[in-house]
Design a protein around this ligand. Sequence first.
Ligand SMILES: *[C@@H]1O[C@H](CO)[C@@H](O)[C@H](O)[C@H]1NC(C)=O
Ligand SMILES: *[C@@H]1O[C@H](CO)[C@@H](O)[C@H](O)[C@H]1NC(C)=O
Ligand SMILES: *[C@@H]1O[C@H](CO)[C@@H](O)[C@H](O)[C@H]1NC(C)=O
Length: 448
Amino acid sequence: MDCSPHTNKMISLQFSISLCLYLILIQQMVAQKTLSKIDTTNCGKTKGCFRSPGVCKEDKCNFILTWKMDPSQKTVDFEFSARTDHSTPWIALGFSSDTMMAETSVTDCIVNASASNTVVVQSSYNPGYYNKVLSPDSKLGLVTDRSEGAFVNGSLFCRFTRLVELPKPNPSVANLSNPYYLFLGQGPATENGVKLQHSITPITSPRKVSASEIVDIHDGSLVVYHASLMTVAWMLVSSVGVMFSRHYKNVWGLKLCDKKIWFQIHTVAMAVTFLLSIAGAVVVFLDLSASPLVQQNLHPIMGMIVLCLMTLNIILGIFRPSSVSGRRQLFNWAHSLIGNGTHIIAAVTMYFGICALSGRMHVLPWLKWVMVAYIVWRIGIDLVMTVEKYYHREDLRVAYVEMSGTADDIVIESKTLFFKKAILAIYLFVIAGFTVSVLYGIVLPFFN
Ligand SMILES: *[C@@H]1O[C@H](CO)[C@@H](O)[C@H](O)[C@H]1NC(C)=O
Ligand SMILES: *[C@@H]1O[C@H](CO)[C@@H](O)[C@H](O)[C@H]1NC(C)=O
Ligand SMILES: *[C@@H]1O[C@H](CO)[C@@H](O)[C@H](O)[C@H]1NC(C)=O
């Protein structure tokens, strides 16, 4: 037999190499397993899911949580993943008996940069509007050998198993026999895996869910209906109505059903704006998940001011004094001031609304700039038309004298007519473009 030391060395070298290869392979398999995608096809069929926004697939979701109860073991398996912009992020799942952050039992998944980006799974609690890691046992309620996680390509994924209930009741660890509102949050962590304040408003399930439920819930569709209705109402329809009454009274002399065209367009546009706004307000009041979005945001209060002013102005318009009444001038002035003011406040309200939405979706940052551009465009066109009116006030005065009617009855006959019609066409085209961009930006993230 050839048993020279040389051959032995060869064999042990071969052995070491294959052992190394096997270890690498096993390590790869473990890594692969950790990174396995969350399967959304079984949401609502074999497991519960809560995703945002809309019915997204894992790599398009800002958040996705799945759960499956194992009644024999009295445990619940969770899978949890979120997209994040932070270099060392945390994500957290909260169980709360109301939609407030305080008194919430939390499970955290935190990237620990000083331990080569391993994911720490731990239990914590919000006694008030802050969070504390449970001590002395930060793993309380968790089945520790079944926790794992990975942070790859801007997505933090983790999987953990929770006991349904502790042997002894503990207010800091949710008793999963009961239904809760689910909170999903994320934020940055320190190099050592300590959570810092969340960066975006946590999202809340639209209703209480229990761990034994096999449902597929998602957030925000009502908020999207609200935003779409309000965008069409205030960016498109009311922009048309306000423009006609403010600058186009004297452009067309035609009458429609015994009233001037501008008046008919204005009335219909404002009525449609009113109906869409009421629908939009009703929709958002139905959506509980919207309330945490707008904490410390001026959007809801400004929205209510807009609704009140609009209602007031419509009542004023319906009970307007006759065109020969002495109070008509005062009415014109008040109606126009309230109308234009409301329109501008509505634009700012929409801007705050988009800020609140991007707090949840952290997508499409350009939407805010579309709103800013729209406000600038709206005010710019108004200035142009006001300057135009000033320059051609003589035309109007001449026509007024010739026809000796009231100013509203006069149709100006001048070269400026072409200019005004051209401006109107461009204005409507650009406003429609803004509306379509905002609708695209709001609706798109919910359907991919
Ligand atoms: C990382 O993300 C990019 C863009 O989203 C994608 O093209 C790429 O395939 C991802 N890589 C991995 C390893 O998932
Ligand atoms: C958990 O809740 C269930 C149902 O309300 C209750 O029967 C059980 O005693 C609770 N367990 C603990 C440990 O509090
Ligand atoms: C992160 O890793 C460091 C180094 O291994 C360790 O000291 C620290 O406790 C870890 N942080 C957490 C939250 O586990």
